[in-house]
Design a protein around this ligand. Structure first.
Ligand code: MIC
Ligand code: SF4
Length: 647
């Protein structure tokens, strides 16, 4: 670091740094104040935590949420909920019951604190950046280690700043700001960076609006996004009865940024992300008239009280188009109760909307899948192919205002032509009711508590140490921007098996090639090749644990998304990149490959790959830290952590 001023993120990193230096690209170990898990990644994270043999979490606050797998069409999800509840009680973790809301929304309301570090086993953990937290998505194993008091390692990111000027016009929203930055930067544009939002324009954005923006920063591939903590943050925390959690936080005037982007809020129009990528952006007016079958309002991006009050006001006294199915999932019990108390819920129901529970729901394909080839407009953050549960659905991402306009007219409609925007006043005080958050047991009681496990919970797969020579077949070659939804699909049918890796493995890469699991298993040892931004999207470590179970030993790509690369290392799989990206074209599926002198190569940062089928050789980048090399040699983070404990 220089003697220049600090950005907000650099200040928090400096205050939490355990080791490492803050030069861009270096590895920094951070002390983690808070953790969160959700149920789709939580079961595995707590199984990993239990394996570490630590009695009680060592964080300031750890919370286990149940919000993803809430459709209980068999015993599996209910068993997982019961397991998480019992493990939380025993080990010092707060438990947010099913129905209490989506982890990111509830955490923002009840637990997030400016200036603190938070990691969560969910890629949208950066939602907390709306409150001035350094909040990052991570794999379950990293969260387990942090719960045990261990450091969280990040590669020191570059610092980007987005300067907002002006004010949003009616019907143009924080969601449109998120879509605008995706239009500018693309789904790869934030990789290796933290995005700080500032400028005069942020003064007109409430904390939930800021959280919409930091939430969707995940789709840029950014390490995280963050807003200053200011008077607006203070007012929000006071309204949540948590005024004492406020601290002011801003960047130094002479802070240095690697990139500065200016956005004039008053110049923005309602935007829409077209299938199948969040950066496939056009204006809503350009798609005017497109027939819509389904509209979904909710998700951790757009389910705050403000969002829902706007939706209710726009629906009031109207009935939705008879050919459209509209779902509303409020983000939390707090939001739902307040909607009910002020009568807004009645306006929503009277319009013909279907009320879903306060959970992720359709966002992760947990019900409410669109009809075949259906057009679905969603206020969510991801529209990856197949994610909705309907393989040929066309999913678009929009603001709540644009969503209502489509629900009323039956077609994509610019909301600005609807009516005038009703004035929405936020309450001075939110309704506070934490009865759905169960406190952990005290140490004495905890010692006698039993952890309740179900038959669907299978042991963690066997970790296999890397060897000095890797000879294996190229089992699968894929293109650019492969998401973790491609690698390990979710949805109502598959999600119940998140704690059963052998069962889950049948679905691996199902979107790309249904023969993959069988072929990989038969080979016993294999290599995957991908294009750029491989592993973008969800933080699910299952996208690494399942390939590990199927025998994948290395993944070679043009570039990786941050969390997935870390998850691969944690699973003992080598993430390697082509030194010359054109070498990607020299490899074909079923080629026999050899990587020799792997350990010396890791030390030197380069490994030679020989394609035995064509006879060609070329260089792969293998830049790992000492810790990462030790993890790979041990076969994964769990074995590494156990070994550390033995020493
Ligand atoms: C998602 O939005 O893709 C999820 C489901 O929340 C995931 C977590 C998971 O796969 O369980 C995420 O974003 O990390
Ligand atoms: Fe849940 Fe969707 Fe948010 Fe993921 S993106 S946490 S599935 S609401």
């Amino acid at each position: 670091m220089t003697d220049m001023g600090y950005t907000i993120a650099q200040k928090i990193i400096k205050a939490h740094k355990i080791s490492g230096d803050m030069t861009v690209g270096s590895e920094v170990a951070l002390k983690i104040d808070q953790t969160l898990t959700q149920d789709a990644t939580g079961t595995m994270a707590y199984l990993e935590f239990e394996t570490m043999g630590i009695d009680r979490v060592r964080t300031e606050r750890s919370v286990a949420y149940i919000d993803h797998n809430t459709l209980q069409s068999g015993f599996e999800n209910a068993d997982d909920h019961r397991y998480i509840q019992s493990v939380a009680k025993k080990h010092g973790i707060y438990f947010s019951r099913p129905g209490n809301g989506i982890c990111h929304q509830v955490h923002l309301e009840r637990f997030g604190k400016p200036g603190k570090t938070l990691i969560g086993s969910d890629s949208h953990t950066p939602t907390g950046g709306g409150l001035g937290m350094l909040a990052m998505g991570a794999g379950g194993l990293d969260v387990a280690v942090a719960m045990g008091g261990g450091a969280y390692y990040i590669t020191m990111p570059k610092m980007y700043k987005v300067n907002l000027t002006g004010k949003l016009n009616p019907f143009v929203t924080a969601k449109d700001v998120s879509l605008e930055i995706l239009r500018i930067l693309s789904v790869k544009g934030g990789v290796g960076a933290i995005i700080e939002w500032g400028g005069e324009g942020i003064k007109s954005l409430s904390v939930p609006e800021r959280a919409t923006i930091t939430n969707m920063g995940t789709e840029l591939g950014a390490t995280t996004s963050i807003f200053p903590s200011d008077e607006i943050t203070k007012a929000f925390l006071e309204a949540e009865g948590r005024g004492e959690d406020y601290v002011e936080l801003s960047s130094d005037p002479d802070a240095v940024y690697d990139k500065i982007i200016d956005i004039d809020l008053s110049s923005l129009k309602p935007l829409i992300a077209c299938p199948h990528s969040p950066d496939n952006i056009v204006t809503v007016e350009s798609l005017k008239g497109t027939k819509v079958d389904q509209v979904c309002i909710g998700s951790c991006t757009n389910s705050s009280l403000t969002d829902m009050l706007k939706v209710a006001a726009l629906l009031k006294g109207k009935v939705i188009d008879p050919t459209v199915s509209l779902s509303i999932s409020p983000g939390s019990k707090q939001v739902l109760k307040m909607l009910a108390d002020c009568g807004a819920l009645t306006d929503i129901l009277a319009s013909g909307a279907r009320l879903l529970e306060c959970a992720c729901g359709p966002c992760i394909g947990m019900g409410f899948s669109p009809n075949s080839a259906g057009v679905s407009l969603r206020t969510f953050n991801r529209n990856f192919e197949g994610r909705s549960g309907t393989a040929d659905a066309q999913v678009y991402l929009v603001s709540p205002e644009t969503a209502v306009a489509a629900a009323l007219t039956g077609e994509i409609t610019d909301p600005r032509i609807l009516c005038s925007m009703p004035e929405i006043k936020l309450p001075q005080k939110f309704l506070i009711d934490d009865t759905a958050v169960i406190e952990p047991a005290d140490v004495a009681e905890a010692a006698n508590l039993e952890v309740l496990r179900g038959p669907n919970i299978k042991p963690f797969p066997k970790e296999i140490p890397q060897e000095d020579t890797l000879s294996a077949e190229l089992v699968l070659k894929v293109g650019d921007n492969i998401t973790t939804d491609h690698i390990m699909p979710a949805g109502a049918k598959i999600l119940p098996y998140r704690s059963n890796i052998p069962h889950l493995s049948q679905f691996c890469f199902g979107v790309c090639d249904t023969t993959f699991p069988e072929r990989a298993k038969a080979l016993g040892k294999s290599i995957i090749v991908g294009g750029s931004n491989y592993g973008q999207g969800s933080s699910r470590e299952h996208a690494a644990l399942v390939p590990m179970y199927l025998g994948v030993r290395a993944v070679i790509t043009k570039s990786f998304a941050r969390i997935h690369a870390a998850n691969l290392i944690n699973a003992g799989i080598m993430p390697l990149t082509f030194k010359n990206p054109d070498d990607y074209d020299k490899l074909s599926q079923e080629d026999k490959l050899t990587l020799s002198d792997v350990f010396a190569g890791m030390d030197g940062g380069e490994i030679t790959l020989k394609n035995e089928t064509t006879g060609e050789s070329f260089t792969l980048c293998a830049s790992f830290t000492e810790r990462q090399k030790a993890i790979l040699k041990a076969g994964g983070l769990l074995s590494y952590t156990k070994k550390q404990g033995e020493n």
